[in-house]
Unconditional design. Structure first.
Length: 248
């Protein structure tokens, strides 16, 4: 291959360069001559004029991969191992085929975009008076020949459709409301309830009418009161009741 100046930004990446070399030399992508393709790839890198380190790193990484595959294929193999071991080129072939598929798909999308740019649409030119025109309806003509029984049947059908639109499950859902409970307020409330008392059950502090948020905030408030040294808690047995003792 003659020495030429190459800019890597001509190629979209190392796989693009590899695919170019394979198609240029008419190699079988499923049986890549790894020695020859590696040599040509390295010649391209030697002749490159690329200064972007990020771009360079991608192409150098592929060069290292090709050299590694080349080394594996040159090493002697046992007959038993050669039957079971995967071809070192298989992963590279899979990547090339996947890249080729997406590359040609991008060409198809580009062609579709170009074709779409050739389409023109006429802007609406309907006169304003035509757009605003509404035909008057003569209710006497529309309802002529309609009996009361027919009107009643139509009404029942409409009402039935409205009932059918109601979700039998979701329609029974309640309204979700946000409980505004502050830990500081709950701490004050608990301190007032248990001031001077011993052996108060945790359950008695909870208001049965309130929701889960009240239980969670109450529990957090008790932990904060323990941290500040205002209360102690004890549990006589596993899964037993939590008993609170006031230290005030």
């Amino acid at each position: 291959m003659s020495s030429i100046d190459v800019k890597l930004n001509v190629f979209e990446g190392p796989l693009d360069l590899l695919l170019h070399l394979i198609e240029k030399n008419k190699f079988n992508i499923f049986d890549i001559p790894i020695v020859e393709i590696t040599n040509q790839y390295l010649e391209y890198l030697d002749a490159m004029e690329e200064e972007d380190l990020d771009v360079m790193s991608e192409f150098l990484l592929m060069a290292a991969t090709l050299i590694s595959i080349k080394a594996k294929m040159l090493l002697p193999k046992d007959e038993e191992e050669s039957e079971e071991e995967e071809d070192p080129r298989d992963e590279l072939v899979r990547k090339l085929l996947e890249y080729k598929m997406y590359k040609y798909a991008s060409f198809e999308l580009k062609d579709m975009q170009i074709d779409a740019e050739k389409s023109y649409y006429k802007q609406p030119t309907i006169p304003q008076e035509v757009k605003e025109y509404k035909e008057e309806i003569n209710t006497d003509e529309v309802l002529s020949g309609v009996t009361l029984s027919q009107l009643n049947e139509i009404f029942n059908q409409i009402m039935k459709r409205q009932v059918n639109k109601i979700d039998p499950v979701r329609s029974k859902f309640g309204t979700i409301t946000k409980e505004e409970i502050k830990i500081e307020d709950k701490m004050l409330e608990i301190r007032e309830k248990i001031r001077g008392l011993k052996g108060i059950n945790f359950k008695t502090l909870l208001d049965a009418k309130r929701g889960k948020m009240n239980v969670i905030v109450s529990f957090l408030a008790i932990l904060e009161l323990m941290k500040t040294g205002d209360i102690t808690i004890r549990q006589d047995k596993i899964f037993g009741d939590i008993v609170i003792d006031s230290l005030e």
